[in-house]
Design a protein around this ligand. Structure first.
Ligand code: ADP
Ligand code: MG
Length: 587
């Protein structure tokens, strides 16, 4: 393998040459304690930065095996090292060194969540960090001296600071790893306890602002305190015994006056599908992994979804058993969001009145009288929420401030007052009994299993030069189509959006075959990731796979479902044929 000295010599030899000369340096170099891989030299100073990896053997890095022995702890360690690398890059990189991105050294930036990421990997043999580097240029010419400083001084300094156990804060590292493991244990414990979510005493739920996911500063914060009726104690391997509010399966309402903290609690529960870093305030706010936030999203496109459980008999005889539109209304979009989440297997729906379509949620007694059921296509959620739980085991947590009719269908009611919860189920029952709402249930046809859909390969056709890539957390570009993910609220990290883009490309070549259902396609992709690691979805696997973080199947499905040119075929299984009169595709 060529050495550091060889790299220096080669660099000096191309000084002042055209920028593409950097590409002749691609390859691996023995840097003494570590190996440097230049996987890809950018073609232009303004192009996406070059991809470099640094690999340090475990003999040098010396992380105790207790930090990486189990997958959960390794994930915590990798996440910590990603953050340590990001900090080291900031401290060490001297920044601007010429045209374009010259001088940049960066690693994937991580937010409040601990996620499986491709930025740093730890194996029993080595620790490896994947860096983005702007190779320096004057105009479009190689600047060898500047490049030497980056490659032979700054990058080794980053390796020293961020990848050697002895140079890291061992206490902070252990806490990070232990916290990640505790959350995983806690999430598994939910199932055994019949809970869908847990919020620990002392948790800090409010965020700094609508634009910042960091915790609101102490002093102004009311830490969480469980109502005694819902108190649960759970033993964790590191924190020991923790106490908090356990939300059982079933239908749970969060009620209370405006500005008393209802949405904040629901949002923390939404994010509880992910693990959080120490100091976040939500480290012990944990939700079952397959919880899905549902909201109205008018304007989104819908392809071939059976929304008939909620909406039927639309004007002009539009078919809601196979419903497509480029421009859904509030209620049809919310219905589609629910059916699509069920299609991928959710067991917990999270809804907030603030972001729901009123007519989807409720039709009260007066409206029932004025508009007879025959003239109303919608079966409101209030008439389905119990059935979803009783027949399909799908629980709901719902924030309501206005629609008191929901007291009739709740298993429990939690009232938020001055940011603190109280259990008010008994009182809610008494009121519901004393003041009947007068509304008649309008259940419609009984719910059946969700009709699965087969995505057709042509929906994903791309021109030879067209790309699939993400922009922030709100947009994925599939060729010239911009997929709008702004309302997919549990997509939290830009690196997850990158992974969704990569998964789309990966799935289309392999699993979107016109036979597999959407659920099966997604299961196949996640199966590969579980077996071979997240980077299996990258065309750069084995090298620098880019800045990826693990999304959930729900967000991948959400992306595909929002594709405006999506074409699907509904899968009717044989057993459904008689009841539905056939006429649909089968395999
Ligand atoms: P609601 O949904 O009941 O109208 P929100 O959850 O939107 O209320 O909360 C209103 C405001 O109170 C927000 O600015 C939020 O950040 C703040 N807040 C929520 N919970 C707490 C808390 N525990 N301590 C301090 N401030 C909080
Ligand atoms: Mg609110």
């Amino acid at each position: 393998m060529p050495t550091l000295e060889d790299l220096k010599r080669r660099l000096v030899a191309i000084d002042g040459h055209g920028y593409k000369a950097y590409q002749t340096l691609e390859g691996a170099y023995d840097f003494g304690p570590f190996t440097l891989y230049l996987d890809h030299a950018q073609s232009d100073p303004f192009a996406p930065p070059s991809r470099l990896r640094v690999r340090l053997s475990q003999k040098e890095a010396a992380f105790p095996s207790s930090l990486w022995q189990t997958p959960e702890r390794r994930l915590g360690l990798e996440d910590f090292l990603t953050r340590a690398c990001a900090r080291a890059c900031q401290e060490v990189a001297r920044g601007h060194r010429g045209t374009g991105k010259s001088g940049l050294i960066a690693v994937q930036r991580a937010g409040q969540e601990i996620l499986e990421r491709t930025a740093v990997v730890v194996t029993p043999d080595y620790v490896e960090a994947r860096l983005s580097v702007g190779l320096p240029a004057a105009g479009r010419r190689v600047l060898a001296r500047q490049a030497l400083a980056i490659l032979t001084e700054e990058i080794p300094a980053i390796v020293e600071r961020a990848l050697r156990y002895r140079n890291l804060d061992a206490k902070a590292l252990a806490l990070h790893v232990d916290t990640a493991e505790d959350q995983a244990v806690l999430r598994r414990a939910l199932d055994e306890l019949g809970l869908v979510a847990f919020v620990a005493d002392g948790a800090v739920l409010p965020r700094e602002s609508g634009a910042s996911d960091r915790p609101l500063k102490e002093g102004r914060v009311v830490p969480f305190r469980t109502p005694p009726e819902l108190a649960v104690e759970i033993d964790l391997p590191h924190r020991g015994r923790v106490r908090g509010m356990g939300i059982p399966r079933g239908v749970t309402l969060i009620v209370g006056g405006g500005y008393h903290g209802k949405s904040t609690l629901l949002r923390a529960i939404e994010r509880g599908v992910y693990n959080h870093i120490p100091g976040d305030g939500r480290e012990l706010v944990v939700t079952v992994a397959d919880a899905v936030k549902i909201r109205a999203e008018d304007g989104r496109s819908v392809a071939g979804v059976d929304i008939s459980p909620f909406i039927s008999d639309l004007p002009f005889g539009q078919d809601t058993r196979n419903f497509s539109t480029p421009n859904a209304s509030g209620s049809t979009s919310q219905a589609a969001n629910i059916v699509e989440a069920l299609e991928v297997g959710t067991r917990l729906l999270l809804l907030d009145e603030d972001t729901s379509a009123t007519n989807f949620m409720i039709r009260d007694a007066r409206m029932q009288e004025l508009i007879p059921k025959a003239g109303e296509p919608i079966t409101p959620f209030i008439d389905r929420v119990r059935e979803l739980y009783q027949r399909f085991g799908v629980s709901t947590i719902l924030v309501v401030g206005g629609a008191g009719d929901y007291l009739d269908v709740a298993d429990r009611v939690i009232r938020m007052q001055n940011y603190l919860p109280a259990e008010v189920t008994g009182r809610a029952r008494a009121i519901a009994a004393a003041r009947p709402s007068g509304r008649r249930p309008e259940p419609g046809r009984p719910l059946t299993r969700v009709t699965e859909r087969i995505p057709l390969p042509e929906s994903f056709a791309l021109g030879a030069r067209e790309k699939v890539k993400a922009k922030g957390t709100d947009t994925v570009l599939l060729g010239h189509e911009e997929l709008d993910l702004a309302n997919v609220e549990q997509l939290v990290d830009p690196a997850q959006a990158n992974a969704i883009a990569a998964m789309l490309r990966y799935a289309v070549g392999r699993y979107v075959d016109g036979r597999r259902t959407l659920r099966e396609v997604i299961a196949a992709v996640f199966g590969d990731c579980a077996r071979d690691g997240l980077e299996v979805i990258s065309p750069w696997r084995g090298q620098h796979p880019g800045e990826l973080a693990m999304p959930r199947p729900y967000e991948v499905a959400a992306a595909i479902n929002r594709l405006r040119r999506l074409k699907v075929r509904q899968l009717r299984r044989l057993a459904d044929q008689d009841a539905d009169g056939g006429g649909q595709d089968q395999r």
